[in-house]
Design a protein around this ligand. Structure first.
Ligand SMILES: N[C@@H](CCC(=O)N[C@@H](CS)C(=O)NCC(=O)O)C(=O)O
Length: 91
């Protein structure tokens, strides 16, 4: 049996919860692509929830925080848009 170790991706964090179906869809995409992204559970951590609202503008999950190399930070909402972004970047 062969199993590949997921490649850890710097600069990306997924704000999510374990119970949200849309978050599960993004986690599945991450798994399918064989990559590893830091998961930040906003139900388990009020500071993650505050970060999300302050940075992204709303508390909706999933949201992908994208830290660019030049220091800019983007907040990408909508599970479909996040999956498309990951597909384009890592497929
Ligand atoms: N259209 C969105 C729906 C996301 C959504 O409804 N998330 C819920 C949790 S399952 C949520 O964060 N609700 C709280 C809020 O919007 O503040 C997507 O596909 O990502």
């Amino acid at each position: 049996m062969t199993s590949k170790t997921p490649v850890a991706i710097d600069g990306l964090s997924l704000y999510q919860t374990t119970t949200c179906w849309f978050c599960g869809k993004v986690r599945q995409k991450i798994s399918d692509l064989g990559i590893k992204i830091e998961l930040r559970d906003i139900a388990a951590s009020t500071s993650y929830r505050e970060e999300l609202i302050q940075g992204g503008g709303m508390g909706q999950v999933p949201c992908l925080r994208i830290a660019q190399l030049d220091g800019r930070v983007e907040w990408l909402y909508e599970s479909t848009d996040i999956c498309e972004y990951l597909q384009e970047k890592f497929a």
